[in-house]
Design a protein around this ligand. Sequence first.
Ligand SMILES: [Ca+2]
Ligand SMILES: [Ca+2]
Length: 287
Amino acid sequence: MKFILIIAAIFASGCANKMSEPQTAPQKITGLKTPESAVQAKDGRIFVSEIGGFGKDGDGQITVIDKDGKATVFASGLDDPKGLKIIGNNLYVADKTKVMKISLNDKKMSVFAAATAFASTPQFLNDLEADPQGNLYVSDSGDIMGTGKGGAIYKIDANGKVTLLIDGKQDSRVMAPNGLLADDTGNVLIYVDFTSGVLYSYNQQTHALTDIAEGFGGGDGLVHRSDGTMYVSDWKSGKVYSVNRKNEVKLFKEGYQSAADIAITTDEAYLMVPDMKAGELDFIPLK
Ligand SMILES: [Ca+2]
Ligand SMILES: [Ca+2]
């Protein structure tokens, strides 16, 4: 009987702890300078890339938002920083023509993959993704504002060695790759094209590129929840869509000026939406 009471007490105290945790929803962050991408670290900090002036070098930065919603500059002097990815204690940033690496501990910044490391000089490095093996993937959206073509997808190993995966010369459907998503095996890469609005699956072993869904306009961010639901943002129309396991597409949220590279909080409670033209980071509850 005594044993049961102890168990009951432990259970009750566990519940009490849960009840006392603050449950306030994160507030929309405003005043950001052309925000493109967001990522949350394990410690709860949220990092946001800010392009500043498009095509203007040196005015790009990374802002960090602490648990209280306070935003401060984490790293500056970047060009047009976009996609963000955290591996271990490092934040990787797709910065126009190169990939930068910033230590989350001491903010030390270095070039991880220089423009010259790519098969052809990148024009518009956009999204970053990582696979379970620790490789990075980066999309080059090519001449995204002009012909809408010339893009490619690259793989970067842990040492910074860059390999071309696919481009428009190999398959004309590859025009302006933007959002990337690696599956749990790391063999399949899902990507959305900003020019065609088509969502593709690319198998790294068979090299097959398969159309899995379409209608995403200016497809930008691409994420998934652990239950397999994907979310895709359409930068041009300011909409966010959900895609279920059967690849059925549903409008999830609309009304943004330009929904850029979306992300999910580590607890999967919120979808973070950088609204680039509005200069805001919005949080959509997922639970
Ligand atoms: Ca800039
Ligand atoms: Ca993007």
